[in-house]
Each structure stands twice: as C-alpha cells, then as structure tokens.
Design a protein around this ligand. Structure first.
Ligand code: COA
Length: 229
C-alpha cells in the first residue's frame, strides 16, 4: 500500500464514530443492511431464494427499541452529515430462547426465515448459554455488517467494544453471538470471547437429506461465542 493510501485509510477510520442507533434511524439502518449485510451473510446468501424475508428484517430492526444496537458513522467535512458505514443489531435473550425460536419457526413454516429460525433454534439449544453459565440476562448479537469498501479496518471490532460497554451499563450478565461468517468469528475470537459450540452447514440437512444452507467458501460453520461481563 502506498503512503498516500495509508494516510487516507487512517484518516477515514479516525473520522468514524461508534454510537447507539436511535429509533428514528431505523430506515437508514435497514437500507444500509440490505446492501452491506444481507447480500453476503452466509445463511441468507447460502439458501434459496436469496432475498431475505420481511419478517427477518422486522425482527432485526425491532432490536433498536432496546437501545442495544450500534452503528458506525463517517462524519462529513462539516461534521453535520453522516454516512452509515457499519451496524450491529443486538437484543436481550433469556433461558427460554431456544423454545421461543422453535415456536416461532413452527409458526412461520417452510419460509426462508422459518428455516433460518429453525436452524438458529438448534444452535441456541446446543449452545445452551443460559443453562451452561447459569445466567438469565444475556445480550445476543444478531447482525453485524460493515460497508464492503471499508472492511478489514476493525470497524466491526469497534462496534463489538461498544456493545460490550452498553451491555455492562444495562447490567447484562453476558454477551453472546452466533457467527455465521469466518470474518465475524475472527473478531470475537480476537476480543476474548469463548467459543461454546460449532455447527457445520454440511451436517444440517432437511427431511429429504439435502443440505439447507450452502454458503460459499470459506464459510463452513456457525460458531457460537460468549463472554461473561
Ligand atoms: N475478505 C477477506 N477478509 C475479510 C473480509 C473480506 N471481505 N472482511 C473482513 N475480513 C477479515 C479481516 O481481515 C480480519 O481478519 P484478521 O483478524 O485475520 O485480520 C477479520 O475479517 C475481521 O476484520 P475487521 O476489520 O475486524 O472486521 P470488519 O470491520 O471488516 O467487519 C464483518 C467484519 C463480518 C462485519 C464484515 O466482513 C461484513 O460486513 N460481512 C458481511 C456480512 C456478514 O457476513 N456478517 C457477519 C454475520 S455473523
């Protein structure tokens, strides 16, 4: 990398601020995630149809009301205009999360989001975060997306640091996440989270024996991580 581009990249990342998403920013965040998250997230991109369901978007956006969702914004020259360059959606979960997910998946039936929730319910049941650690108030990270032009600059890591601060402030006992991507898993590993469970996509098959989620390489499993606060 030339020294000019190094300086430019340093100045871009220092102009990026990390903060909690406000309820009135819902639509801008959704527009951002439609481009920089849903098109690549391994469960969404790795199953047909490729287009995410409305219920998937609504669930993720509903987490904003908890005050536990984070965004990264690039400040313009005047410091007034802002461009979203990252978003992390997190919400509370408790000891009955797996049952809730199985129920919701059953209610949805064979839709894309129904299949995804069924899979995430199995992941939740196997990881058993609340039972395993004897905790009741856990903040779970559901979504993480960074502007594709700005990946590899630790913007994801900075959003995780902020969600940890928010979780401590709101007296959560743990933060957990199911990393469907190898890139997000690297962030949580680096930040000292413990890997609790691994579920391989090739082992998750439907009643006809077909693999349900077939993401592109290098994504081959979901890794569940947790950190006690
Ligand atoms: N290609 C190759 N490597 C990539 C990459 C890409 N597109 N994006 C990130 N990485 C690598 C980084 O080099 C880094 O690896 P390292 O620790 O070995 O250096 C690691 O992934 C994390 O990088 P970091 O800068 O901390 O994170 P980020 O700001 O780039 O954001 C994601 C990471 C996962 C949020 C981002 O890749 C993304 O938005 N992906 C699409 C949506 C998605 O799949 N989300 C995760 C679902 S759980």
């Amino acid at each position: 990398m030339s020294s000019t581009s190094t300086c430019k990249s340093l100045s871009i990342t220092s102009d990026i601020q990390i903060r909690v998403i406000k309820p009135q920013e819902r639509q801008q965040v959704l527009d951002f995630l439609r481009i920089h998250y849903y098109l690549e997230e391994p469960l969404t991109a790795g199953s047909e149809p490729k287009q995410q369901d409305k219920e998937d978007e609504e669930f993720n956006m509903s987490n904003i009301e908890h005050g536990t969702c984070i965004m990264a914004v690039l400040k313009g020259d005047t410091n007034v205009s802002e461009q979203i360059v990252g978003a992390l959606m997190a919400g509370p979960k408790g000891p009955h999360e797996a049952e809730h997910l199985f129920e919701e998946a059953a209610g949805l039936g064979p839709t894309k989001w129904g299949h995804t929730l069924q899979f995430l319910a199995c992941v939740e049941r196997d990881a058993n975060i609340c039972g395993r650690f004897n905790v009741e108030k856990v903040l779970h990270v559901h979504v993480m997306g960074v502007d594709s032009a700005l990946r590899g600059h630790n913007i994801g890591g900075r959003m995780v640091e902020e969600v940890l601060n928010v979780a401590k402030r709101l007296q959560y006992e743990m933060v957990s996440v199911d990393c469907t991507s190898v890139y997000s898993a690297k962030i949580f590993e680096r930040m000292g989270f413990k890997c609790i469970n691994i579920k391989y996509y090739k082992e998750y098959i439907d009643e006809t024996g077909k693999q349900v989620f077939k993401p592109e390489a290098p994504h081959e499993c979901v890794k569940t991580f947790a950190l006690k606060l």
